[in-house]
Design a protein around this ligand. Structure first.
Ligand SMILES: [Zn+2]
Length: 43
């Protein structure tokens, strides 16, 4: 299951892929590009 969490006190979003990969983004578009690009960039 993919999850997107807002990091309180910041403009950052924390994305968690269903595969367990995690990454922080300040751009929602880049976040979804990364999330939906699975498994590219995930490990
Ligand atoms: Zn993934």
């Amino acid at each position: 299951m993919n999850r997107v969490l807002w990091v309180p006190g910041t403009d950052w979003l924390h994305a968690i892929c269903h595969c367990g990969a995690e990454r922080d983004f300040d751009d929602p578009v880049a976040l979804w590009d990364w999330l939906l690009a699975h498994p590219e960039g995930h490990r």
